[in-house]
Design a protein around this ligand. Structure first.
Ligand SMILES: [Zn+2]
Length: 511
């Protein structure tokens, strides 16, 4: 109350500044400040726009990603965070950046094609005109059929892509009240059915063996399409990159590989099936680093006060796949977390526990950044070689965003019933923004799992579905991001972080 006397007039005194909801304090004065800053003077689309438009794609261990990490550290420093750092977490491999790609159909008709290189592949060593050829490798004996026939060819190595027309007309429906009720009700997970293991036929070629064969045979370029959506290029990393550790040798030894939109790929495929020759003109230039470097997470803090050695974390992965800026996956999560920290700094929040933001790397390749971070700072009681670090008992909770850019409609308890009362109470001031659901369900596939799997409270917000977003493709741009959704999310995560930081006790663990 002292501060109220000093800062404001008598009118504020009449309004309660802290409400108790089922025994859980909610700091309404702070909620009001957070809402006003985050909804009236939001910077979230500035962060989103800079990331998605100016910086672009952010493949882990690319020069693009390093540039984004420098920008993120600058943004954190500018808003007044302390202990801003890029923290190395593993010897990752060499950098890989696409500098140029051009693919054209030139016979029997001219057409520019939309394509993008598979990450961690070599270029074409100059512009090449190549005859196209379907290659259908399945088992080892297939290699003999093709040996000596592929030199200088553009090989089409995947079956024609199928576009799911029905899914297109269905669109992406927003979550209905019925869906939300179901998420709240469902507390019993069905028993997991483990499918029987089928013995792998030893004769079946692995993806790595196929790529090695194309390279050894001297193809000009490997063309593929694994996308099911109109206009979308979907392509990730060359098979074997994890095994060869993103090595320069592995990248240089690989053939040039380009993923093509289904329409353009299928057109070539159909012409070839008519036994009519197809020629392509292709030029791919990739920049491959000289030396192994360390991948890094970017962190920054608002220092706590009396409980400053305890920590509340919020975060999102900064890395992305490389064929578009990945405005939704996950520039949107990064923008929200940066904005939440900016709001807390700007309103002068004085958290008791330290609030730390982490922007992860290596998420798309397997949660590498967050897992390494958790292991180093908090430990892993399941693994005697790592053990529990002193930080393990100091972390209260981690909050993550990574399910597109949709607005928060609730939060998943991740099976931690002990968090229900607090999360329900802290949600109340945001009912009007649509935040209503506490779901007992556990969800996966992103960085809160790195905390949850070692027994630490890690949470992902329950987000609305968003139409038109193409995460992991060449079609994930700023244009599908709704400013209102990101503004609401930043306000909500700022308030959750603040209340977690100022609660009497840390968020209880599941056990
Ligand atoms: Zn993601």
């Amino acid at each position: 109350m002292r501060r109220i006397w000093a800062v404001a007039g008598a009118a504020l005194l009449l309004a309660p500044t802290t409400a108790m909801r089922q025994g859980v304090p909610v700091d309404l004065a702070m909620v009001a400040k957070i809402r006003e800053e985050g909804l009236q003077r939001s910077q979230v689309m500035e962060y989103e726009g800079y990331l998605a438009d100016v910086l672009g794609a952010r493949l882990t261990m690319s020069n693009d990603m390093k540039r984004a990490q420098q920008w993120a550290q600058g943004a954190m420093t500018k808003m007044g965070l302390v202990n801003v750092a890029a923290e190395p977490f593993m010897d990752y491999g060499v950098t890989w950046d696409n500098e140029y790609v051009s693919v054209h159909l030139i016979e029997p008709d001219y057409q520019p094609m939309v394509g993008y290189p598979i990450a961690h592949t070599n270029g074409t060593n100059g512009r090449k005109v190549a005859e196209a050829m379907i290659v259908d490798l399945l088992v080892k004996s297939d290699l003999e059929k093709y040996r000596g026939t592929l030199k200088g060819k553009a090989v089409l190595v995947t079956p024609p892509a199928t576009i799911d027309i029905a899914a297109m007309t269905r669109g992406v429906p927003r979550l209905t009240q019925q869906d939300l009720d179901a998420l709240e009700r469902t507390t019993i997970a069905p028993p997991r059915v483990v499918p029987p293991r089928t013995a792998r036929n030893a004769d079946v070629l692995t993806p790595e063996e196929k790529v090695a064969f194309y390279a050894a045979e001297g193809v000009a370029v490997v063309l593929q399409s694994e996308s099911g959506w109109i206009g979308a290029v979907r392509g990730f990393s060359r098979p074997g990159t994890r095994t060869d550790g993103w090595s320069r040798a592995g990248m240089l030894a690989s053939p040039a590989m380009v993923a093509i939109t289904p329409e353009h790929y299928n057109r070539m495929y159909r012409i070839l099936r008519r036994n009519i020759p197809v020629k392509v003109d292709v030029d791919v230039r990739n920049r491959i680093g000289e030396r192994v470097e360390q991948a890094m997470n970017v962190v920054g803090e608002i220092a706590g006060s009396d409980l400053r050695d305890e920590v509340v974390m919020i975060g999102a992965h900064l890395d992305s796949w490389h064929a578009s800026p990945n405005a939704s996956d996950n520039a949107s999560g990064v923008a929200v977390m940066l904005e939440a920290m900016r709001i807390l700094k700007t309103v002068g929040a004085k958290p008791r526990r330290t609030i730390r933001v982490a922007l992860w790397a290596g998420e798309e390749q397997g949660l590498f950044g967050s897992r390494a971070y958790v292991s180093k700072h908090f430990g892993d009681p399941r693994d005697p070689a790592v053990g529990m670090k002193p930080g393990y008992e100091k972390l209260s909770a981690y909050f993550n965003q990574d399910y597109g850019s949709g607005q928060y409609l609730g939060i998943y308890l991740q099976g931690n019933e002990h968090a229900r009362e607090q999360f329900t109470a802290w949600m109340a001031p945001f009912r009007d923004l649509g935040m209503t659901v506490v779901s007992n369900q556990g969800v996966g596939s992103t960085d809160h799992i790195s905390f949850d799997e070692v027994g630490l409270p890690g949470f992902q917000f329950l987000q609305d579905r968003t139409p038109g977003q193409g995460g992991h493709t060449n079609l994930d741009f700023y244009d599908t991001i709704q400013a209102g959704d990101l503004m609401k999310n930043a306000v909500i995560v700022a308030s959750y972080a603040y209340h977690t930081a100022n609660a009497d006790k840390r968020i209880p663990r599941k056990r």
